[in-house]
Design a protein around this ligand. Structure first.
Ligand SMILES: [Zn+2]
Ligand SMILES: [Zn+2]
Length: 328
């Protein structure tokens, strides 16, 4: 099967053997996959990873020995697969299992391929009313909702999101659903218009008042964004870190002590509520789609997604198969 393979920071289009599902796993045909910042970071070598890239997808189950009734089901997939035996897994922390594999990120081939495998229990059925183009956003939408699973949200407060890219847009949009007054730091006109569509107030960097937000989410992945986020925090406020950073980040921690700031790291989140929001059309992520390319053009897709201001680029393995057959 065709896939986008990463090895020694070099991504390439390859033909590899189709994966075989292990006991308890399903074989899933990928319908659409989304490129996210983590994929770009893996390509830049921020974490060591070799294998098929990609972790945001919607697909359909084509084989499931332990659940044949699910064959044909359209699904999205929780990307973390815990060992199922350790104390963290037993405590419901499979996403933090030390032995976990993470689709397309740690020890598990990913979604920029015609087929992938995941444990059946990781696969959630997609309601009919959710189009593939919306369902493919379930993983980043779940990551945005993780903030609300981690923190009590005071809807009478004010929140600031620093970074209005792929993830920042979804973070701001989901926070706005709680009734919070949400602002987001934005540089580009298109991002500004999208934020307004989600009920979020766009702010230029220069318009962010010092110490004026009780909750600030850093989603820019840039050191300057982190400094701005820190500056915007009200005393005893909460800083949520939603981005990973290349290398070490220098920041003066004394101010966090003096202002009694809470720092919360935040990664993957709950899929079921994300699907419910999509099904009820309370969030429509489709305006974030910049481009949709066949999987065969996946390397162009990665370049496109890395352009400044780019939002979501989708890869379609089925389109690539058709094109490949025509070419042959
Ligand atoms: Zn991602
Ligand atoms: Zn475990």
């Amino acid at each position: 099967m065709r896939c986008i393979w990463l090895q020694e920071q070099e991504s390439s289009l390859r033909d590899v053997d189709a994966p075989r599902p292990a006991e308890g796993e399903a074989l899933v045909r990928v319908r659409l996959a989304g490129i996210c910042a983590t994929d770009l970071e893996l390509c830049r070598g921020y974490y060591p990873y070799q294998g098929i890239l990609g972790h945001e997808f919607v697909g359909e189950i084509v084989e499931a020995a332990q659940a044949p009734e699910r064959v044909g089901q359209r699904v999205v997939g929780e990307i973390n697969a815990g060992c199922g035996r350790c104390s963290r897994c037993a405590a419901g922390l499979a996403r933090h299992c030390a032995e976990r594999s993470v689709l397309g990120i740690v020890g598990g081939d990913g979604a920029f391929a015609e087929l992938l495998t995941l444990p059946l229990q990781n696969l959630l059925g997609v309601p009919d009313e959710v189009a593939d183009e919306a369902a493919v956003f379930t993983e980043p939408l779940a990551a945005a909702l993780e903030i609300q699973q981690q923190l009590p949200i005071d809807p009478a407060g004010r929140a600031l999101v620093v970074g209005a890219g792929r993830l920042g847009q979804l973070v701001a949009a989901t926070l706005a659903l709680t009734g919070l007054e949400v602002c987001a730091v934005v540089r580009r006109q298109r991002q500004r218009a999208l934020l307004e569509g989600y009920g979020v107030t766009p702010l230029g960097e220069q318009d962010v008042e010092t110490a004026s937000f009780g909750l600030v989410v850093e989603a820019s992945g840039a050191a300057a964004g982190l400094a701005l986020a820190r500056r915007a925090l009200w005393p005893r406020g909460t800083l949520v870190l939603k981005s990973t950073y290349a290398g070490e980040t220098a920041i003066d921690l004394s101010g966090f002590v003096v202002d009694e700031i809470t720092i919360v790291g935040s990664r993957c989140g709950p899929f079921a509520p994300a699907l419910r929001l999509l099904a009820a059309e309370r969030i429509d992520p489709r305006p974030l789609i910049d481009d949709r390319l066949p999987l065969d053009a996946g390397l162009d897709g990665l370049r496109r997604a890395a352009e400044p201001g780019a939002l979501k680029v989708l890869l379609d393995p089925r389109a690539s198969t058709d094109a490949g057959q025509r070419a042959r």
